[in-house]
Design a protein around this ligand. Sequence first.
Ligand code: NI
Length: 216
Amino acid sequence: MDASRRYELIARHREGPAVVEQVAAGLGDEELDHVPADGGWSARAVIHHLADSEMMSAARLRLLLAEDSPVIQGYDEEEFARRLHYDSRPPGPSLAALRATRDSTAAILDRLSEEDWGRSGIHTEGGDYSVEMWLEIYAEHAHDHVGQIGSLLPTRAPLRQRVDPERVHPRDALGDAPCGRHVAVVGLDPAVEDLLEGSSEEHGSKVVLLGQPERV
Ligand code: NI
């Protein structure tokens, strides 16, 4: 993997929590718990999966870097979902875990040497497992599941249409996010973006406008 591809994947990895927070902020209880016709995961379950996957991935990277040829333990995502109460736990702590864990890991990725990138271990199911493979796997993981959540909600109007700057206080446009929390919004009309930027000062929240990377 060349350095430019690596930087691209690291940047993608770093965006993950923001895209998940953006989609989660727009979900009501009914949308969170909607189970698709094929019996797959609800949006609530996907959020818990993202947090658990993040914590497992964080441990894996640390083992790869700090031990020689570590064993990377596989785990059963479906059993995690069944036994760890993905259907009922509140999403907030899992969103926070995703954010904090990934930010912590991102600070490690920024400091890896060429030698670090060449390290590897053995996955209990997949065999050789390198730091670069780890990055390939996890860079897209959050984005992939955000796409899945979107496909669970076929009748949902885009956020652009759900926010009316004439009626909605900017605070409400941020959903239930508490003050001081990072909130991501996408595709808003310029008038609404202005309102949100105003609210970011007023409430001390940071508004991240996706699709405009220079402001992230
Ligand atoms: Ni997954």
